[in-house]
Structures are given as C-alpha cells and as structure tokens.
Ligand binder design. Structure first.
Ligand code: HEM
Length: 435
C-alpha cells in the first residue's frame, strides 16, 4: 500500500470485505418481515391516523434506536404527512434525549442528535453556518478530486464494477478529507476507515453481539478522539485559517460563544457515523433508480442540471431511514388520541414521503415533480445538518461516473439492483459496465 489512491478506494482487500460484510449485516438486521414497506404503511395511512402500539416492531419487525429497550414506554405511530411534519417540527413536545440512553454510552461529548431545547438550539446555531451551501460548495473541488482520482479513475480499465464498492468507501474518504486529516499518510486513512467499519459493525440486535459491538465501537470512538485532538490544537495554533471543517468549527461563533477543543473534536468525531452509511445507501438508491427507471439515464447523462433533482426525488421516494422516533416531554394528543408524557412516537417517513394527498402520483419516481419538503433528511430542528455535504458528494460521484465511464449502463449478466429493507434501505449491489 503506497499511494493514497490505492488505500482510499479499497484500504485492503480483507478490510474491504469486512466493511461489505458489516454493511450487509446491518441491512439484514433491518430487512424486517415485510416485502413492501410502502404498501404496508400506505394501508395504515389510509385507515389509522394514530396506531397505538409498536408498529415498527409489530409490522416491520425491526429494532428502533440502537440500545433502546423495546416495550419500556407506551408507543404510538403516525403515518400522514402532516402528522409526521408536526411531530418532527415540535422538538419541545417530541424530544430526542432518549437517544443518548443507548448511544450516549459510546458517544460522550457532543452528540447533537440526542440534545434537546435551548442547548440543542444554541449548538445548532453555532454549527450551522459551516454546513450552509455557500460554505459547503467551496469544498466541491476537493470532493470532485477525491471521487475522480481515488475512486472512478482507478477502476476505469476494468470496464465493469459493483458501484457499492465505491459507495461504501467514498463517504468515509470524503469526511477524512473535509475534516482536514493529512493527505500524505495513507496508513492514517486506512485506520480511519477501520474505525468507520467498527461503527457500522456495532449496529446489532442480538444482545451479546450488541454488547461486543458497543465495546469495539467505544474503542474506535476513543481512538478517533485521540487523533482528532492534536489536529484541533494544531489548527487553533495556526489561527484556524484553513478551509477544512476543523478550522471552520474553531471559528464558529454564536452569541459570543465559541467551541473549545474538546467540543470541536467530539463533534467532528460524531460525523463519521452520521455521514457514512447514510450517504452510501442514498448513493446506491440514486444509482439504482437512475439505471432502472426507463429513459432516465439518457436524460440525466445529457443534462446534468437534472442530477440535483434526481437526488432530491431519491430522498423522497426511497428514504434510507424509513422512520424517526421521538419521546413526548409532556402529555399531548394527536388526532384525538391521548399520548401520555414519556411515550415513544414513531414517525413513519416511508409513508409520509408517499402521502398522495400531498404528492401527486406519490408512488411514481418523477424527477420533474415540484419538490415539497419531505423527510428523508428529517425535518425541523434536527434536520440533517450535513444534507448539503451529502448532496454534493453524491452529485460529484454521479457526475464523475457519467463523465468518465463511457456509456455506463447496467451489467446485463448480473442481477439488476434492488432497493431493499424495512429500514436503512439500499441496494446490496449495483453492477454496471461501460465501454
Ligand atoms: C444522504 C446522506 C444522509 C442522510 C439520508 C442523512 C439523514 C439524516 C436524518 C434523517 C437526520 C435527522 C435525524 C432525526 O431527526 O432524528 C440527520 C441528522 C444529522 N445528520 Fe445526516 N444524513 C446524511 C448525511 C449526513 C452527512 C454527510 C453529515 C455530515 C457531514 C450528516 C450529519 C448529521 C448530523 C450532525 C445530524 C444531527 C443534527 C441535529 O441533531 O441537529 N448527515 N441526518
């Protein structure tokens, strides 16, 4: 392993296989017991405004948040667009703190997803500018270079690929570059990718495996901190003048408050799982739809202004995360159903994103539709802070493939890609060929 390119695309054969296995194991965990989540949730949306019970466990057959004990609180589920939007928007009534009960054990420090109220609002306001489009777009040349040089160009001679191989690695590689880690130390990147693997592999339901997974993840989380802290100190000593994420975070300020070194390191660390698998699955879904919806590939190949529309419609039509759970901080009520304080409310995103009272022909993948808010990146105060980074990466990946792989198309000798799963949906493989 000498060059960054070799390491970046596939850190090591065995390591790549392990990541593929870990990713496949997570997909299996969330495969669930139904074949068509959209049909199952549409039936509920039309008949039952509020389901009283654990719909996710009972109907989908998958666990909700890692580390969360099933059956510990009264549980309800909502399916309609407006109900899902109202719950996600009202973060004072429908809170996230419970997420730290499971994950918090591993992620001490800034775990923004599990924060509530003014503490969350202030931190979010401090972090937000670094992730707004005008700032994120300045990273485009760096992201384009990583995608082209480290991923697409090295595979060109093969004339065939499973695009999930690059899809598994580029989000981790891009985060490594954006955080500002050294570009001339492939062994450090390989280590970073190995930690990403540990974090994916930690997602288990089996109690013993979950405990072991959490132990390994906790180790990775600690080591990540140990490599991040010196980077943060170095950037601060340099005056935070760089355009990397750490420098941007060092300079972030809101109402006179700034982040200290510990906060910058713990937040940067938390981005590895937030930005990895989610982007892999969304890229896989976008490529699957691009390659399989009749006529779409030719249109997008010839008109790249359609790429953002392709990505937005993918996030509506095939959200990788099919539900979001919240806990009620007070007694409340939805559609006449009383929901006591301390209940879980399951927001079924897969249903709301296909609500035909809001989206015309909601079950049709249509990149020309006028986009309205949907929930693949969440909604309200916790809406994905990295959505513009994710969209930019996926955009650069699709453009790199269409530019560099002449006549890219499905491999007719392999099974067509299929987006699967009750939750954390995505294709396992996307086999393509080119001239
Ligand atoms: C296509 C890829 C991605 C998808 C589908 C996705 C999805 C989501 C969703 C649904 C949420 C809201 C969770 C909730 O409300 O419970 C979220 C939050 C978050 N995402 Fe993403 N994400 C993606 C990529 C990224 C990237 C690239 C980053 C970082 C650069 C990122 C960082 C975060 C963070 C920090 C939060 C927590 C925000 C908060 O609690 O205020 N995500 N993401």
């Amino acid at each position: 392993m000498n060059t960054m390119t070799e390491v970046a695309s596939v850190p090591a054969r065995t390591h790549a296989e392990k990541l593929e296995q870990a990713y496949a194991a997570v997909s299996d965990t969330y495969r669930g017991k139904i074949d068509d989540i959209y049909a199952a949730s549409a039936k509920m949306r039309k008949t039952t405004r509020v389901y009283e019970g654990d719909w996710i466990a009972n109907f989908l057959g998958v666990p909700t948040n890692a580390g969360l004990q099933a059956g510990t609180r009264p549980t309800f589920a909502v399916f309609q667009y407006q109900d899902v939007m109202n719950v996600l928007k009202d973060a004072d009534t429908f809170t996230n703190g419970f997420i730290l009960e499971g994950l918090g054990k591993v992620w001490d420090g800034i775990m923004i997803l599990g924060m509530d109220g003014p503490v969350h609002r202030q931190l979010r306001a401090l972090l937000q500018p670094a992730f707004m489009p005008e700032n994120v777009n300045r990273w485009r040349p760096k992201i384009e270079r990583v995608l082209r040089e480290d991923f697409v160009k090295p595979m060109l001679g093969r004339k065939q690929a499973d695009l999930m191989e690059m899809g598994l690695y580029f989000p981790v590689r891009v985060m490594y570059a954006l955080v500002g880690f050294p570009e001339d130390k492939p062994e450090e990147y390989a280590q970073y990718a190995a930690w990403a693997l540990s974090l994916v592999a930690a997602n288990q339901i089996d109690k013993d495996k979950a405990e072991e997974g959490r132990r390994i993840a906790a180790e990775a989380v600690k080591k990540l901190y140990d490599v991040l802290i010196p980077q943060v100190k170095k950037r601060r000593a340099e005056g935070g003048t760089g355009d990397d994420l750490i420098s941007r975070l060092i300079n972030a300020e809101y109402e006179g408050r700034k982040l200290d070194d510990h906060e910058v390191a713990t937040f940067a660390r938390s981005l590895l799982p937030a930005a990895g698998e989610t982007t892999t699955r969304t890229f896989g879904a976008a490529m699957t739809l691009l390659l399989t919806v009749p006529g779409l590939l030719e249109r997008v190949r010839n008109d790249r202004t359609l790429v953002p529309k392709l990505i937005d419609e993918t996030v509506r039509y095939e959200p990788s995360s099919t539900f979001k759970v919240r806990e009620t901080a007070v007694d409340t009520e939805i559609g006449g159903v009383k929901i006591p304080k301390g209940s879980f409310v399951q927001c079924i995103v897969a249903s709301a994103n296909r609500d035909d009272s809001v989206f015309e022909n909601a079950d049709t993948f249509d990149i020309d539709r006028r986009q309205k808010p949907s929930f693949g990146f969440g909604f309200g105060p916790h809406m994905c802070i990295g959505q513009f980074v994710a969209k930019l990466e996926i955009n650069c990946a699709i453009n790199a493939l269409l530019d560099l792989c002449p006549n890219l198309r499905l491999d007719p000798s392999k099974p067509a890609p299929k987006i699967e799963g009750a939750h954390l949906r995505g294709p396992k493989h996307v086999h393509v060929i080119w001239d």
